[in-house]
Design a binder for this molecule. Structure first.
Ligand SMILES: [Zn+2]
Length: 379
């Protein structure tokens, strides 16, 4: 009953009884319990078919708040959302994940408290905290495991540290999984098979299959940045291997390549700046990065048969150059059946995919049928 109401449409007790097949008395009792918890509110009266018009009820997304945190390699963003994923307040800052858990989680605690305070709320208003981290995260524990760009975070109990501060459930996942969830929920809710690819300081992907985020056995599914690419065997990668996709096609790799050619490029955002100012070498390098990414994505298309590939991350801001390189290779290298209806597009949520996904991850958890049964299942 509650999951039906999450679409925000007001319904009468009779609507809900008819749709769920439950007795009117059961529905009435559940509504009372969920109203007491603040999750459902009266929403006026339905049109009368004669006699007194029946009362309607609707989901109340303002019942609780969520802190949604997107931690990238060099940038952090935090948002306060309601239970419908609406952003109420947000903050962001340049912050290197390599500064370590004390500094970074300290920033999250401080900014989270400030966002709550700006809305006049305390920790008691929090339904939970969702965090995306730029490295492999073990799904069962939320612990980062041997993350290449954040060595000080290995096996750190990030969920435990934040739970002690905020006194609320904390969910931690890989940043690209979280972005895939945010992009899927916000921009493509009706697409059931989607691959989200982040091309930034590193490269990674999040897989939505059959409408569900797919993490694999340990949570490492979609880590395409460290797949070996032919012809790049000499190029060292920060993971310790050679020839990884990330080592030749990430925003950092493209910046390094252009700097070696004498251009002023130190990171992905510098590459974008060069492309926008009409630098042909930068455009060509981004297009080549697209082709290299396309080789790995063609293999992913063969494995997963997505109907949509969404490209996000800073290098996606290079206009059509990156996408054109990717399309060029994916459409040539994949079988016709797999590419017949395949679209390859740039992210619609842009920089907000991470916080939107972190919010959705928490909301799914705290409003799951099991969680709602714990509130109103006694009936
Ligand atoms: Zn690697």
């Amino acid at each position: 009953m509650f999951q039906m109401l999450r679409d925000r449409e007001p319904r009468t007790r009779a609507d809900l009884a008819a749709a769920t097949g439950q007795a009117r008395s059961t529905i009435a009792a559940r509504i009372d319990l969920l109203m007491a918890a603040g999750l459902i509110v009266p929403a006026g009266e339905a049109t009368s078919t004669g006699g007194r018009p029946p009362a309607t009820f609707a989901f109340n997304p303002a019942a609780k708040a969520v802190l949604a945190v997107d931690l990238g390699a060099t940038h952090a963003r935090i948002a306060l959302t309601d239970l419908a994923g609406q952003i109420l307040a947000e903050a962001d800052a340049p912050l290197a994940i390599a500064e370590g858990p004390d500094a970074v989680l300290g920033w999250v605690a401080e900014q989270g408290d400030a966002l709550l305070a700006s809305s006049g709320w305390g920790h008691d208003r929090l339904a939970g905290v969702g965090v995306g981290l730029p490295g492999p995260v073990e799904h069962s524990t939320g612990h980062p495991i041997m993350p290449p760009i954040m060595p000080a975070w290995d096996h750190v109990d990030a969920p435990g540290i934040l739970r002690r501060h905020f006194d609320a459930p904390v969910l931690v996942d890989n940043d690209v999984n979280v972005m895939a969830l945010g992009e899927h929920r916000t921009a493509w809710p009706n697409v059931s098979d989607l691959l989200f690819v982040k091309v930034a300081t590193g490269i990674g992907s999040g897989i939505v299959a059959d409408g569900t985020l797919t993490r694999g056995a340990q949570g490492a599914a979609g880590d395409i940045g460290h797949i070996a690419v032919m012809g790049a065997e000499e190029v060292p990668c920060r993971c310790g291997n050679f020839g990884c996709l990330e080592a030749i096609a990430s925003g950092q790799a493209v910046a390094d390549k252009l700097r070696a050619e004498g251009l002023d490029a130190h990171r992905g955002s510098d590459v974008i700046h060069l492309v926008r100012s009409g630098n042909l070498a930068a455009s060509a390098a981004v297009r080549q990065a697209g082709r290299d990414i396309g080789i790995v994505l063609a293999a992913c298309v063969s494995m997963l048969n997505p109907s949509l590939i969404v490209i996000g991350g800073v290098l996606a801001d290079a206009g059509e150059h990156l996408i054109a390189g990717i399309r060029e290779v994916v459409y040539r290298r994949s079988l016709p059946l797999a590419t017949q209806h395949l679209r390859i597009v740039t992210s619609e949520t842009g920089g907000k995919a991470g916080v939107l996904g972190a919010s959705a991850m928490v909301v799914d958890h705290v409003l799951s049928p099991e969680a709602i049964d714990a509130i109103a299942g006694a009936v």
